[in-house]
Write a protein that binds this ligand. Structure first.
Ligand SMILES: [Mg+2]
Length: 367
């Protein structure tokens, strides 16, 4: 099988109500890139890459499309079913910049599944029969607003909450967390996610004020050095997210005993292939995972469900539904969320039917 045509589409996703992270970071829209790969077999695969705005991590929508412009013409004629070889090639042609490769890699997995008549989860190790619990991404605000945001998700069945902290005043963050913990129910899980918003000093002050709280702290500071220092000086359970941009960083964090839980996101790490490698490294290391995306629509959600559904149930703590922050429907057939949980599709490939009218005209075509 050979790739004959690659098209890139740009879609501006609407965040239904303004989403807030620490440091005044507001999200009203997200810039998503959808990629289709056509083949000489008649099969077409779809992928999506959607960085979380421009100030979440080292990635942005224009960058995705610039990367596809470099890689797209060079992939014409390649066999998309050889996903590891496609990744080797992309890493040779364009070293680093994993996020620009994610949509292309995802589309190759869609083709592989369609060609073999198997859902992607079966090809990533085999379906594991567990519900995929969705972590609610709880927008920051006053303690009362955060408690109300948690309750809004609890009312529709969620039991995992990523509570956003990382503000300038650690005591206000502690007040947010204590207000939420006061209303905590049995079987609920909490991640205190600073989204790299704290200085090391602020993170240490937060930790000393927090006291005993059954929760992970996620990505307290900007750099790996600061996060490592935080871990060594507090001993608190630490999840890494923004700085886990590929398998190399994960391996270093494991070598330094700096990570207890990993937040893996498809766009951030470079697509399902690298996500699978990181998933398997975490599995061997006994590190629990949250399998997520930085943003996106039904296409991205379908992909993370397949990766999570093929992950050891005991280590797959939760996933995330990026459609919380996307009003548009770009595909039908993505898993339905009911009671705060979902399951990957049984259909071949990603199991989705893209809504062509929602994409508009391609912004670039390579053939
Ligand atoms: Mg996070």
């Amino acid at each position: 099988m050979k790739i004959t045509r690659i098209a890139a589409y740009q879609v501006t996703l609407t965040v239904p109500s303004v989403y807030k992270l620490s440091g005044g970071r507001l999200f009203e829209t997200l810039d998503s890139t959808i990629v289709s790969i056509q083949t000489d077999s008649g099969l077409t695969g779809w992928g999506e890459a959607c960085p979380f705005g421009v100030f979440y991590g080292p990635a942005h929508g224009h960058g995705v499309r610039a990367g596809v412009a470099e890689l797209g013409p060079r992939l014409i004629g390649a066999n998309p079913m050889r996903v590891e070889r496609i990744n080797d090639f992309m890493d040779d042609v364009l070293p680093g910049l994993n996020y620009v490769k994610s949509a292309l890699d995802m589309a190759c997995w869609d083709i592989l599944g369609k060609a073999l008549g198997q859902p992607v989860c079966e090809l990533m190790g085999g379906r594991s029969d567990h519900d995929l619990w969705i972590a609610a991404s709880v927008s920051t605000g006053t303690p009362e607003e955060v408690v109300a945001n948690v309750q809004r998700f609890r009312d529709i069945g969620y039991r995992c909450f990523s509570v956003k902290v990382g503000g300038e005043d650690p005591s206000l963050d502690v007040a947010r967390v204590q207000a939420v913990m006061k209303a905590r129910r049995p079987n609920e899980e909490y991640i205190l996610d600073a989204n790299r918003g704290w200085s090391l000093e602020a993170a240490l002050r937060f930790a000393s004020l927090l006291g005993a709280a059954d929760a992970w702290i996620e990505q307290p500071c900007k750099t790996y050095r600061e996060c490592l220092s935080f871990k060594r000086r507090t001993g608190l359970p630490l999840s890494l997210d923004e700085i886990l941009t590929g398998p190399d960083v994960l391996l270093q964090a494991l070598a330094d005993d700096a990570v207890d839980a990993a937040n893996l996101k498809t766009t951030k790490v470079g697509g399902p292939t690298k996500m699978r490698r990181m998933r398997d490294i975490c599995h061997e290391a006994g590190i629990s995972m949250s399998i997520q995306e930085t943003g996106g629509s039904d296409i991205a959600f379908a992909a993370i469900c397949h990766i999570a559904q093929s992950t050891n149930a005991a280590l797959c703590r939760h996933i995330w539904d990026p459609r919380e922050l996307a009003a548009e429907t770009l595909a039908h057939g993505a898993p339905v969320v009911e009671g705060g949980k979902a399951r990957a599709s049984d259909r071949p490939g990603l199991g989705i039917d893209v809504v062509m009218e929602a994409l508009g005209d391609p912004v670039a075509v390579y053939e």
